[in-house]
Design a protein around this ligand. Structure first.
Ligand code: ZN
Length: 455
């Protein structure tokens, strides 16, 4: 991007930088050139004109939120009766039968609707973990959706290779051959991965979980990822059954298992880690291994309460994730920050997480977990990703003395503006890159046919 287009944001009621100064400024703004921030400060200190000027009086401006764990295709199977009241393994077993009927169009359309929902809730960068590819589906189906809607995207090439006949959890029909997985992952990296600063698209190597892939695939995936300098992602230590599987199958705790496989480091992040033990927390802290904390999903599946405070005190990078829409039927990032705060307090007391800590996890924490230093804060040289919430709406009434706390404590709100890579993606509360109504209609039609195909 070298067009020189400029965007000026002025008069925000409050602007939160989340950079090392952690400034919270009244009557402030930003000056953006192309896809990066050039200046941040009080309105009076910024240039007077630009190609586009946004007067954000009455708004709270924060860095775009970062979602570090999702399965967007699952938004076709929200609130399914067979999966409403089960824990992880039973829930998965019931859903695999439905997901076996997914098509490429279903992947693309559900990615669009999942991203629209995330965008409107303040998320500007999202990861997605797609790990089953029935009926000709490919990761490319979600990548084209991200490009169409304008979201910064970390596309994780998931996989499953150990079916039921080999002692795994998924049905044999849903697993792939390991050679095919590695070949397709390499193709995706070579086709799509952008290692540059301000990249809108990165590819991640992401075997699904210890209970659905082999030790060999985990090892070869790590070698492939490191050869290309891309990140690694999987599920880990999600609940007590997950721990029991690890002990029985590998004779190790999940932390010992990933250490043995060399699945630790700043280029690795694991979803959940609800049951990560004390040695595991220290291993992650020592190696810079990240965690995607998914509070709604952990409650929905009764997996437990992740020790986020202990992890952060030890130095583990922690980001926030909404997780797939079949275990958190709403992909609302502000709502997820709120649940992170509330759940830590249920587990560990009223001072276990503050509003500002929840915001930090959802911005800087997410950036760290995705191994990026160009997003998660508003400062010169950072990517031009920010969101604005209208503080004059009903849900914030009575809380304007502290807009940051208002955002996290009050009812989850939608954005008025979202700017990603310098482009206005949401304007006055409306998605600007896509007409939403036909997408929702098509999504519902496809969800219905998916459900019918499996019954
Ligand atoms: Zn997940």
């Amino acid at each position: 991007m070298k067009s020189g287009k400029t965007l000026l944001v002025k008069h925000a009621e409050m602007l939160v930088t989340m950079d090392e100064t952690r400034r919270e400024m009244r009557d402030a703004g930003l000056y953006i050139e192309d896809n990066r921030i050039v200046a941040v400060g009080p309105s009076a200190t910024l240039p007077d004109t630009a190609d586009e000027v946004l007067d954000l009086a009455g708004h709270l401006v924060i860095p775009g939120l970062i979602n570090t764990h999702h399965h967007m295709y699952q938004s076709l199977t929200r609130a399914l009766p067979a999966a409403q009241n089960a824990e992880l393994f039973g829930w998965l077993t019931n859903l695999y039968k439905v997901w076996a009927h997914l098509t490429p169009e279903m992947i693309e359309v559900s990615t669009l609707s999942a991203m629209a929902e995330l965008l409107l809730s303040g998320c500007t960068t999202s990861s997605d973990h797609l790990y089953l590819y029935p009926n000709g589906s490919r990761l490319d189906d979600s990548i084209v959706a991200a490009q169409r809607i304008g979201m910064r995207f970390h596309a994780s090439r998931g996989s499953m290779s150990v079916g039921q006949s080999a002692g795994g959890l998924p049905p044999d029909a849903l697993v792939e051959r390991e050679a095919d997985i590695l070949r397709d992952t390499q193709r995706l990296i070579e086709t799509w991965h952008d290692a540059q600063r301000y990249a809108m698209l990165r590819v991640v190597v992401a075997p699904c979980s210890p209970f659905s892939v082999s030790r060999d695939l985990m090892r070869e995936s790590a070698a492939l990822a490191r050869h290309y300098g891309v990140s690694l992602h999987t599920h880990l230590a999600e609940n007590v059954n997950d721990i029991a599987y690890s002990r029985e199958k590998f004779g190790m705790t999940p932390a010992e298992y990933v250490q043995d496989l060399d699945w630790v480091g700043r280029d690795v992040w694991h979803a959940h880690c609800v049951q990560l033990d004390e040695p595991g927390i220290h291993l992650f802290a020592r190696t810079g291994t990240g965690v995607a904390h998914c509070p709604c999903s952990n409650m929905r599946l009764a997996s437990g309460i992740a020790p986020v405070r202990r992890m952060r005190l030890a130095g583990v990078p922690v980001g926030l994730g909404v997780d797939g829409s079949a275990s958190n039927d709403g992909a609302q990032m502000v709502g997820e920050m709120r649940q992170a705060l509330l759940l830590q307090r249920v587990g560990f007391g009223p001072d276990a997480m503050t509003a500002r800590e929840a915001l930090e996890i959802a911005t800087l924490g997410g950036a760290q977990v995705l191994n990026r230093d160009d997003i998660g804060a508003l400062a010169p040289g950072m990517a031009a990703d920010f969101v604005a919430f209208d503080l004059r709406q009903l849900s914030f009434a009575g809380a304007l003395h502290d807009p940051v706390a208002a955002l996290v404590f009050c009812a989850p709100s939608q954005v008025a503006y979202s700017v990603i890579n310098g482009q206005v993606v949401v304007r006055e509360g409306v998605l600007a890159t896509l007409e939403l109504a036909p997408v929702i209609e098509r999504h519902n039609h496809l969800a219905q046919s998916l459900y019918q195909a499996s019954h």
